[in-house]
Design a protein around this ligand. Sequence first.
Ligand code: NAI
Ligand SMILES: N[C@@H](CC=O)C(=O)O
Ligand code: NA
Length: 814
Amino acid sequence: MKVLKFGGSSVKDADRIKLVIDILKNQKEKYTVVFSALGGVTDMLISMSESAAEGNSDYLKDFATFKERHIEVAKALLNKTIQKKVIKGLEGNFLELQNILEGIKLLLEATPRTMDYVLSFGERNSAYIIANALTQRGVEADYLDARKIIKTDKNFGSAAVKFKETNKSIKEHYDKNDNVQVVTGFIASHTGGLTTTLGRGGSDYTAAILGAALKTKCIEIWTDVDGILTADPRKVPEAFTIPIVTYEEAMEMSHFGAKVIYPPTIQPALKAKIPVYIKNTFNPSHDGSLISNKKDKNNKPVKGISSISNIALLSLQGTGMFGVPGTAGRLFSSLARESINIILITQGSSEHSISFAIQPKEVKKAVNVIEKEFEHEIRSGSVDKVKREEDLSVIAIIGEHMRETPGIAGRLFKSLGQNGINVIAIAQGSSELNISVVIKMNDEKKALNALHESFFLSETKSLHIFMVGVGLIGSTLLDQINKQRQILIDDRALDIKVVGIANSRTFLINENGIDLDKWKSDLKKGEQFSMDDFSKAMVNLNLRNSVFIDNTASSIIADKYEFILNNSISISTPNKIAASSSFKYYEKLKELAKRRGVSFKYETNVGAGLPVLNTLKDLINSGDKINKIEGVLSGSLSYIFNSFTAKDKFSAIVKKAQELGYTEPDPREDLNGGDIKRKITILARESGASLEMKDVKVDYLLPKSCRDAKTVEDFYSELEKKNDYFRDLITKSEEADQKLRMIARYEKGKTTIKLESVDSDHPFYGLKGTDNMIIFTTERYKELPLVVRGPGAGADVTAAGIFAEIIGISNSFS
Ligand SMILES: NC(=O)C1=CN([C@@H]2O[C@H](COP(=O)(O)OP(=O)(O)OC[C@H]3O[C@@H](n4cnc5c(N)ncnc54)[C@H](O)[C@@H]3O)[C@@H](O)[C@H]2O)C=CC1
Ligand SMILES: N[C@@H](CC=O)C(=O)O
Ligand code: NA
């Protein structure tokens, strides 16, 4: 024999009840079944009584709806003959209820005793209709009014069960009746016959009482979710069912807002060692959760993460509290006198302050009672006025095995810290069954998701990308991400979600991820872009594991890095402006990233996708000293000198380099030496020098008229005028069997850039295509230097460099 119980959400209307009937018809063994009132009906009964008690006739409208709903369900489920009988029975109930409501209106009072009677109609109607629907479908079923079998005291609203009497009458009843008993949940009666109710979660309690009395094989609580989940799925989409939870864990989860069941109600069942399953009416084949005292083989230290939204934190503090016994006692007794429920308490070990969380609606009352209680101390200045903080949430991680697993708290605080979530108060029960933290309500969703990812590692980690600049590099990167995304999910459990994109005209944000197959057309329909609006949207979304990518060459974007890092968002960028701007800003950004525990990365600033800056960082971190850096740092100039011959027009080759995507958005940057200047400055800075870009000594490649051109168009026309000049240059170099190279150097604190014509034995002579080559001469690489060489410009290699950087950043998220 087993007991099944279906809650209000499972019996909200006729369609849902049909699903329930299917589940019941599929039962292989003997069972009894408990029902709650149709979803929403109990609330309706309460509000009708309240309005009647105010002498109001408004309830009559609700009463009409109440009747209609039940008749409708009966009509939809029952054939004509049975319908007639059932509707007659329902009408008897309606009349009884109508009389009571009229009585309430006359007396202007709904006592707890009357309320229990009123509420009983919810379960009585639902179980009655469903029992008949079962009979009609060939199940031999009887309607059983639980008032006949469950006996309680007269504590109306939350009556205490008299188990001896109850168990006896349950056994007697079930011994005599072989049909499926369809039982009203929640209601019971006093020995004298008065109707009582069992309080919060009452129908679950009914099921547990029956299970324990009849020693059933199990109890199944049927609801509208797949059991107890690791977190609230409305806040954490990745939440999943916990297969086995202990009773204590279920208790903690429900205390922190997981509303699947109210565990105290299943106590009688667990005491009798009867397993309790939580199952989903709308997904009956799912195993659901088992609440049991069996040890979980899985033994995860953290089983679930819960939260209570919108709480207030009050603190009592003052010098007069130190070492004074009874302060806490007085504080909490005064709150208890006013029936103020306390969600969490923490006390500093200095005994200087006690903080506790309560519902915001109780703040005023709480402050008043406390300030009254400590009136004298406040007046004398030994205790301060109550400090209050509102719009907060409590988050709790829960699990029995946290107790024997070190490092859990560490991981908790690391992932909150990394996501810029400030912890306002901390509490850990001495049972170590939960660790709770108070944070800003704004951060709740982010915190839940970050912790969920961190503690349920087997699940996929999400990375949220915000990208400004979707030109050549940006669009190539989006393409690469789109192609690789599923592989990263499958192989690395890493889900890269691009949630924001922008160009200089419009921007688009989608928290669930932008569709990378059609971002171009979607972006066209986006909102008008401003970096202020985009940054605000990004910060307001407040997503965990966020990375900002700047694929522009704009200083407007680079100027926002400080704000972005300050909001605990990592940055990866090929834009060289920030790292080559003032040394002060460069340092500030690096320091800020460190302080916020996020990343500021710009490997593609030098040598595009080549591992130049990382190599340099590894040398320095391992204690090497940089003596000299020499490099061909411009991919576009490399390409130009490698393709330019005395037969070509120099201006045409430059144009080609631009078309191939090797130059900066503005090609003058490359030809004027600006781009190389930025790169050598960055290399010098990464080597430890505090240099500015203006310190770089440049031997210009271009004649002055070209350098001074005001627009790109003017630049090309000036360049054309100088084609002969460049032909001379290359002819001389060719005749000497040499190659033209723009070489940057950093040595003894000085940075220089110079056009040189190099011989065939020079290391830079053999460079091909867009090759960059960086030669590090160091204390350890003295005789033979360390060399990094390869393509140093181009969309694919640059985008790949950023992509690799993003994946690297994802590793740092706990
Ligand atoms: N092409 C290459 O081989 C390499 C390029 N880079 C860097 O990559 C960055 C991007 O280069 P490309 O993709 O070639 O440029 P691009 O001109 O093709 O694209 C620039 C994008 O930025 C957007 N943009 C420009 N100014 C903006 C502003 N103020 N606000 C918002 N959006 C703005 C544009 O609308 C466009 O979507 C540059 O910083 C460049 O130095 C770095 C290494 C190699
Ligand atoms: N325009 C740059 C691209 C890489 O930073 C270059 O030519 O090297
Ligand atoms: Na690089």
